[in-house]
Design a binder for this molecule. Structure first.
Ligand code: DQA
Length: 146
């Protein structure tokens, strides 16, 4: 089982970035914990972070035929990117949308996601734990969907 973890813009700044909203863990910490969890469950986890929309789209296209599920925190592209939505639909790989913060408890412009209605599931507001829950859910999803 191959799962791709994608993180969008500004998530490379985790740990330094608004820690009261996004926590103190760095992205490296999160990816390292998640890799340990993946290893323990026989999942091969790949990770890619970019601040560029086109780079995320290219990585999604490359996932075709090699990746069974995608976990994505699209950052601010959540609220703006029809292109990211179209890329995910184009490869037809099930994906789980993750947000560290509860976007519905924040500014109105964060309440809408261009991805949520086509996601297999959405996890938000639980900080870094959300990525762990998403990994568990994605693993179950692809095991029951051979
Ligand atoms: C975020 C929420 C987005 O609104 C924001 O632009 C981010 C992070 C989250 O993880 O809570 O960059 O996706």
């Amino acid at each position: 089982m191959d799962i791709l973890l994608l993180n969008g813009p500004n998530l490379n700044m985790l740990g330094k970035r608004e820690p009261e909203t996004y926590g103190h863990q760095t992205l490296d910490d999160i990816v390292s914990d998640l890799t340990t969890l993946a290893d323990a469950t026989g999942v091969r986890l790949q990770h890619f972070q970019s601040n560029a929309e086109h780079a995320l789209i290219d990585r999604i296209h490359q996932a075709l035929g090699t990746i069974d599920a995608i976990i994505i925190n699209p950052g601010a592209f959540t609220h703006t990117s029809i292109a990211l939505r179209d890329a995910l639909l184009s490869v037809n790989i099930p994906f789980i949308e993750v947000h560290l913060s509860n976007i519905h408890a924040r500014e109105p412009f964060r309440h809408h996601s261009y991805l949520s209605d086509v996601a297999a599931g959405v996890i938000l507001g639980l900080g870094a734990t959300g990525y762990e829950l998403a990994l568990t859910a994605a693993t179950k999803l692809i095991s029951s969907n051979p």
